[in-house]
Design a protein around this ligand. Structure first.
Ligand code: PNS
Length: 163
């Protein structure tokens, strides 16, 4: 692992938060390439369209040379194989994340033993942050400054107020 390794950072990113960005920034210092992989066929109905989620991610990661934003559908293990990625990065905020992440990591390993899941811990200030909480706060007019990039904040407010 380490240099020369492509790491996938998969998720729904509906929308990208400062917690996600903190994690991408940490991962890009460890791995040669980081592919932020946005799931297209999510079970939940997203607030942001796939195009919006991808565009926002591209905007906020534009300064980072070794970070790419892509989309995938179907199984993550199949996408990892297509991208020749050996590592999947996932953020763990608190122990409550662990159950689900542990399950996914082992299920992915069962399907593709060569693919390693690496758990990373975001900065403390983001340990209670999630896209769904941000959306909920924004929906009721609460303050979301500092939780998401400024562009995301503006778009969230625009979207939720026009509903
Ligand atoms: O941001 P999220 O919603 O927590 O990300 C979940 C994601 C996209 C990583 C997970 O749902 C996923 O990998 N979906 C692709 C389908 C798949 O491979 N499912 C089997 C997982 S064991």
């Amino acid at each position: 692992m380490g240099r020369g390794t492509t790491a996938l950072y998969p998720g729904s990113f509906d929308p990208v938060t400062n917690g996600h960005l903190d994690l991408v920034n940490r991962a890009r210092r460890i791995f040669e390439n980081v592919v932020v992989a946005v799931l297209t066929n999510t079970e939940k109905t997203p607030l942001f369209s796939l195009e919006e989620r991808v565009q926002l991610l591209r905007d906020v990661t534009a300064d980072w040379d070794n970070v790419e934003v892509d989309t995938f559908e179907g199984l993550l293990v199949d996408y990892a194989e297509r991208r020749q990625a050996r590592v999947v990065v996932r953020g763990i905020r608190a122990v409550t994340d662990y159950d689900y992440e542990f399950q996914m990591a082992l299920m992915n390993r069962r399907m593709q033993p060569k693919l390693e899941t690496v758990f990373m811990v975001p900065a403390e200030e983001f340990s209670y942050l999630s896209s769904s909480l941000v959306k909920e706060i924004a929906r009721f007019g609460g303050p979301i400054q500092g939780l998401v990039p400024a562009r995301v904040e503006a778009l969230l407010i625009e979207k939720l107020q026009s509903r």
